[in-house]
Design a protein around this ligand. Structure first.
Ligand SMILES: [Zn+2]
Ligand SMILES: [Zn+2]
Length: 334
């Protein structure tokens, strides 16, 4: 029997029309364990004794949503429901247009290695690619459902990037509204006939291309927020990552390891985030419909070399000490 709804415990999304911000209040997020606490509770034993993501500890997580390869072979990557979700199936009917309502959606964890790898650079290429193939399949499943407006996969690598467990993993989220950052990107894209062709042509002309491989280009964006921010963009029109082929996911796996390797050589020990920007899954807003056919999914990789400080939080302006063209030159040489 499903658990009864807990109105004060379930995630609620609040849209603030005074600031344009959206905030999800999710009290259960505060209960999630931190790796350092789990290790301390096990008297300093190795991760196999306490890490819920290590192979052998599957009974400490909810059952798989997807896994690779299929049972009974030992898994190399798997997707599980997040025990501490900030989006989950809403217990009550949704009221569209209301400022505060249940954060309806899906929040899952992609475990990217059966071993306690704490960097994606120590995961072998085949296992690393398996994780991306699972993400592609899962996002495709969720996009088909029809009740979700947009979805993403994102990674928090390291404590400065928000990771609470250091076993390599990403999070997969699908929600029923378009977040403000995406609304802004879609609105800007609607002003150009071919926004991503422009983006890539300008990157080539300015010397901001880092690498090109198998139909994907890694660039330093025109206005990076942090030293060595990079975006991975397909050269051809592909609105949704999940609608591309297995070969594209494989190419993305290869390029993410390549770029994180460059970052690690340039900024040793740097934490980073990345996230996928798909086109909207539901063309229910005019701007969304316009951009859907001219969008290129892209992965934005943001090293966390400096903290978001008072000025950034006060103004939304970022202060970056490394000019974009110089960052691209350093990344190419790294
Ligand atoms: Zn582990
Ligand atoms: Zn974007």
């Amino acid at each position: 029997m499903p658990a009864p709804p807990h109105p004060h415990r379930d995630p609620i999304v609040h849209h603030d029309d005074r600031t344009g911000r959206a905030v999800i209040v999710a009290p259960r997020r505060g209960e999630r364990p931190h790796g350092a606490d789990l290790a301390a509770a096990h008297g300093g034993q190795g991760p196999a004794s306490w890490c819920p993501f290590c192979a052998g500890n599957e009974d400490r997580t909810p059952p798989d949503v997807l896994r690779a390869p299929a049972a009974p072979a030992p898994w190399r990557a798997r997707i599980i429901p997040n025990r501490y979700p900030f989006a989950e199936p809403a217990p009550a009917p949704l009221a569209d247009g209301v400022a505060s309502r249940p954060a309806h959606g899906v929040h899952e964890v992609v475990i990217e290695s059966p071993r306690h790898d704490t960097s994606i650079l120590s995961i072998d290429a085949a296992t690393w690619s398996d994780g991306w193939q699972l993400v592609r399949r899962r996002l495709a499943d969720l996009a088909r459902r029809g009740d979700l407006a947009w979805g993403t996969v994102f990674k928090n690598s390291g404590p400065r990037a928000g990771a609470s467990l250091d076993h390599a993993h990403s999070q997969l989220v699908a929600i029923d509204f378009l977040p403000p950052a995406l609304q802004a990107e879609f609105a800007a894209a609607a002003l150009r006939a071919d926004p991503f062709a422009d983006l890539l042509a300008e990157a080539h002309a300015a010397g901001r291309v880092v690498r090109e491989a198998h139909g994907l280009v890694a660039i330093v964006p025109p206005v990076p927020r942090q030293p060595c921010e990079t975006w991975i963009v397909p050269t051809s029109r592909q609105p949704q990552f999940h609608a591309t082929g297995a070969d594209t996911a494989d190419a993305l796996a290869h390029l993410t390891q390549d770029l994180v390797g460059r970052l690690a050589r340039l900024l040793p020990g740097v934490d980073y985030n990345w996230w996928l920007h798909d086109a909207a899954w539901r063309a229910d807003a005019a701007a969304t419909a316009v951009v859907a056919d001219r969008w290129h999914w892209h992965l934005e990789i943001l090293p966390r070399a400096s903290e978001l400080a008072g000025f950034e939080l006060a103004t939304g302006c970022h202060v970056n000490s490394l000019p974009a063209v110089e960052a691209a030159a350093r990344l190419r040489d790294a």
